[in-house]
Design a protein around this ligand. Structure first.
Ligand code: HEC
Length: 116
């Protein structure tokens, strides 16, 4: 009985803190529709798909590669915005840049890819 009382008190004490604790989690959610539209607008689908290897790795493969890495989102943002040199069938070319300057939308896309 006393245990139950303590739990109730503890829960009441934590309730206030929960409101602030939820905010950063919400900031990490993925807007799938926005991400998929950006992929379409930027024609990324020419070389990438969700789970099939095309000229570029599938998003699932990229998600697996970066799993558990803290800097994954930043790495992908850099990859998508700076046109690094990639090699396709032995030919070096500039990677396609994302067609957006909206940082929030680009980060959302990075999280979308990482959560596949
Ligand atoms: C002409 C083909 C082509 C197009 C178009 C293309 N990519 Fe890529 N992408 C590649 C190749 C090839 C790689 C592999 C690079 C490597 O591993 O060296 C790659 C790698 C990636 C990676 C993984 C990077 C990493 O660090 O592992 C991501 C994410 C990615 N592309 C996203 C995109 C997005 C978003 C778009 C649309 C703006 C896009 N790509 C358009 C060919 C393409």
């Amino acid at each position: 009985m006393t245990h139950f009382l303590w739990l109730t008190l503890l829960r009441a004490a934590l309730a206030g803190g929960c409101i602030t604790a939820v905010l950063p989690i919400q900031a990490q959610t993925v807007d799938v529709a926005s991400a998929e539209k950006l992929i379409e607008d930027s024609k990324c689908g020419k070389c990438h798909s969700l789970d099939k290897q095309k000229d570029g790795p599938s998003f699932k493969k990229t998600a697996a590669k970066y799993k558990g890495k803290a800097d994954a989102e930043a790495k992908l943002v850099t990859h998508m915005t700076t046109a690094p040199t990639v090699e396709i069938d032995g030919v070096k070319e500039e990677h396609t840049k994302i067609k957006s300057k909206d940082e929030a939308a680009i980060k959302n896309l990075a999280r979308y890819i990482l959560s596949r």
